[in-house]
Design a protein around this ligand. Sequence first.
Ligand SMILES: [Zn+2]
Ligand SMILES: [Zn+2]
Length: 274
Amino acid sequence: MTDSHAHLELPAFDPDRRSVLERARAAGVHTVVAMGTLDADRSHERTFSLLDEVHPGGADHDDPGLPALHTTIGCHPHDAKDFDALGGESRLHDLAGRPRLLAIGEVGLDYHYDLSPRPVQRDVFRRQIRVARDLGLPVIVHHRDAEDDFLEIADAEGLDRCRAVLHCFTASARLARAAVERGFLISFSGILTFRNADPLRRVAAEVPRDRLLVETDAPFLAPVPRRGKRNEPAFVVETARRLADARGETPEEIELATDANFRRFFRLSSAAPS
Ligand SMILES: [Zn+2]
Ligand SMILES: [Zn+2]
């Protein structure tokens, strides 16, 4: 399985990061995207150090006890207010050249927490999409309570031409359909397993199988039956199982589809690490 979105650099994993990765591999998770976040805490540096440990020189891993890691770089909407102070577009251009970097992200709009002013979030989202287009990289999108502005910006900036993943999808069937029309992938997190998530499971049942991804967003959003605990990549299997159930498919079908979608979308070799 592939965990398409995890924050392994966060202090929640300081006590046992290596064991977390070993447990993921033992659970069948052969690939994890460790998000690289451009923020005032220099989070991306910790992510990149972890990649350098697991993949010295950026090469494919040769440790069968660990998942293969990939990474990203992006300024989260929470931190959009700091984007210029952090170096803006030129910093992104510099960091995006590192080995095993797949995408610009996570970037987008979060009108739930509003930790940056909305006009600043919109401006920084637009500017980061332009960087992705310049570099020919896909975009991993964080969006919350911002459907109309998200679609307006996506269409104005040609997000469909640089390809996008809507991560931790919790939005409406309308947005899911709009995303599918534009060629985006839709990634479901542990929220899909929550007791009150029937509406989201109905949305998930409608998404074409070749557009699905699964993720943990670890250490946040642990799936049932671990809800409320620290999340970790091994638990993505619970989300996949619930997704399969909601769609009337088998966990094996979901595993094969999400792996294949991930590798096709990010233009990786078709064979997953074994
Ligand atoms: Zn997010
Ligand atoms: Zn995230």
